[in-house]
Design a protein around this ligand. Structure first.
Ligand code: PA5
Length: 446
């Protein structure tokens, strides 16, 4: 079960103010649901949780079994929406120490192609020299520099390690049905492929093969993930009233706060396993809403760690922020604080309590302090950190982001600003076709 708690927002945005946005937000939900709003050719994500056929799911299943039997590591190559969803879910579900523990029955996941660090690529290949591994390369456009470069290197590495024929069997490409260099290369070299549908943008692609295939290979229960998403699809539909619809309410509250000058939203967790979930969330909202000189800047913190760093700013700095907390009600394991006869560390006052209870009191204490300090707090509460609830949260945020983007008055499904750095990088590197840009940028630099 997932619930949205608005209690700690009300001192800043009253129920009347939230409900004054009902009509506007519901109209935007209608635009989305009826597919008549901006970017309506990119709404395929809305139905992904219910559009899987048995055949595709069993193909995931068969490939996962095949990979599990021959590899210890799965290297997922991709950037932005082509990797963050899988990484967010894999991290949230993994054991913190799985990398130093004995081999599991399922492969461990590694990532590449999400930056251009030479040191990372060198060290990754050095590590892979002694490991058996396979590759899932993901790029919708099939032409993104970071993953293309990582794939060129790792493909060569794998070929020289296991030979060209075996390498082909250990590479899966997820890309566009027809266009792009990766599609062409897959066909010429004979890799197995999965398609990213035309109408699904990168950051909305978690429930497409982009997220589901790598997660299935590492043993995530993708059926439960989809079940959670399906349930969220139902409870955020147009048939549900505004006051019961968590996507509409979340979109209304964040826009209401934004209109009152709160232009930074911080996603808060109390479990570092959610740090990459926050990275996924930042990409979703940042790339969807930061346009036309508008938008809430999405940031994130992990408490209580960051209460000893950014916590100072959040408590006392500029009052342009609000927080959205992910509260996980049940911890996966229980540890009771032991009693100590000498009590030199003065902790006996909490002996007998579960560590998670201490964490929850830190959370409540922080909420009260931040609200007292002028920071509105929204709370998203889930029962447990498992596939079902992650599926629910991802769908909730996707839907809320789309409604919120419309409420902000922008197209949440494009990302024109991402091209600016690429154009300059290509010009600086002398990419064919960029001769004019190369000349212009050289003039700028002299
Ligand atoms: O959300 C998006 O569309 C982007 O973040 C893309 O996923 C990212 O730029 C990677 O693009 P591609 O999958 O084409 O390599």
């Amino acid at each position: 079960m997932l619930s949205l708690n608005l209690k700690h927002v009300l001192p800043f945005l009253s129920y009347d103010e939230i409900f004054s946005m009902e009509q506007e937000v519901t109209q935007n939900l209608e635009l989305l649901q009826k597919k008549t709003g901006l970017g309506n050719d990119f709404l395929g994500w809305m139905d992904l949780p219910v559009s899987y056929d048995h055949q595709t799911l069993s193909r995931f299943h068969d490939l996962s079994n095949e990979f599990r039997n021959k590899i210890d590591f799965l290297v997922v190559i991709g950037i932005g929406g082509s990797y963050l969803g899988a990484r967010a879910i894999a991290d949230a579900l993994s054991d913190n120490f799985s990398f130093v523990k004995e081999k599991k029955p399922t492969p461990k996941i590694l990532f590449a192609g999400h930056h251009l660090s030479e040191e990372y690529l060198y060290e990754l290949m050095e590590f892979l020299n002694d490991q058996s591994y396979g590759i899932v390369v993901i790029s919708k456009s099939g032409t993104t520099t970071e993953p293309a470069l990582a794939f060129r290197l790792l493909k060569n590495h794998l070929q020289s390690k296991v030979g060209p024929d075996e390498a082909i069997k250990r590479i899966i490409a997820i890309t566009d049905a027809k266009k792009g260099a990766l599609r062409q290369m897959s066909e010429l070299e004979g890799y197995q492929t999965f398609i990213i549908p035309d109408n699904v943008g990168g950051r909305f692609s978690v429930f497409s093969p982009v997220g589901l295939l790598p997660l299935s290979i590492i043993g995530v229960d993708i059926k439960n993930l989809l079940e959670g998403a399906k349930e969220m699809m139902d409870i955020t539909s147009l048939d549900v009233s505004f006051k019961e619809n968590p996507a509409s309410l979340y979109a209304a509250v964040r826009n209401g706060l934004y209109r009152k000058g709160k232009n930074i939203e911080i996603l808060v967790n109390y479990n570092p396993k959610l740090n990459y979930f926050a990275e996924w969330w930042k990409q979703l909202f940042g790339e969807s809403e930061g346009k036309e000189n508008k938008g809430i800047f999405p940031a994130s913190v992990s408490y209580t760690t960051d209460l000893h760093s950014l916590g100072q700013y959040i408590q006392d700095g500029l009052r342009n922020i609000f927080e959205t907390i992910i509260t996980v009600k049940r911890s996966r394991h229980a540890i009771i604080v032991p009693n100590d006869k000498k009590d030199l560390d003065k902790l006996n006052y909490i002996s007998g309590k579960q560590i998670d209870e201490v964490n929850k009191m830190a959370e409540l204490g922080t909420i009260i302090a931040h609200v007292d300090g002028g920071v509105p707090n929204l709370q998203i509460e889930i029962d447990a950190l498992d596939e079902f609830h992650l599926g629910q949260m991802i769908y909730l945020f996707e839907k809320a982001c789309a409604i919120s983007g419309y409420t902000l008055g922008i197209n949440p499904f494009d990302q024109p600003g991402v091209e600016a750095y690429k154009k300059n990088m290509f010009a600086l590197l002398g990419k064919p076709g960029y001769e004019k840009e190369t000349e212009n940028i050289k003039n700028k630099l002299t």
